[in-house]
Design a protein around this ligand. Structure first.
Ligand SMILES: [Zn+2]
Length: 148
């Protein structure tokens, strides 16, 4: 699967890529040289709106769209990425999610959610718990629209 490192002004795009399951690094402070180094060392695509930076990298995608969802489409369509694994990564820190039994998360989720939801995922790094709530349904439609 393609992996990315997003420039500082593309926080929302980075989150969306993680939602779709793509390994995406994002730092609130990072300079061009560091981005280029990470890209080179780890084979990641740099995502940026900075044309000058883009011309310096071998794997660099110049993002033209303004709206994050459009930016995501731009990335996926340009690189012909149709295989995505949505809801497998933490949106905050990019780590993999793992399935956890309901008993283990009961104390940490809203009682209302516990009434209807049976499946939970937990971030292997920060411990954040994810479940398929109303946000999921909304995003699912978008994901179906963009992925195969
Ligand atoms: Zn996390």
């Amino acid at each position: 699967m393609a992996a990315f490192v997003a420039d500082v002004h593309l926080a929302k795009l980075a989150r969306l890529l993680r939602l779709f399951g793509f390994d995406t690094l994002y730092f609130t402070h990072i300079d061009d040289d560091e981005l280029l180094q990470i890209s080179k060392n780890e084979g990641r695509w740099i995502l940026t709106k900075d044309r000058a930076l883009c011309e310096r990298g071998d794997r660099c995608l110049l993002i033209k769209a303004k709206e994050p969802k459009e930016q995501l489409k731009e990335v996926l369509y340009t690189l012909k990425l149709t295989q995505c694994r949505p809801f497998t990564r933490c949106l905050v820190d990019n780590a993999q999610l793992e399935r956890v039994p309901k008993e283990e998360v009961l104390a940490k989720i809203p009682p209302k959610v516990a009434q209807w939801c049976e499946e939970f995922e937990r971030c292997s790094r920060c411990g954040r718990i994810y479940w398929k709530g109303s946000h999921y349904e909304r995003m699912k439609r978008f994901i179906d629209e963009v992925c195969d």
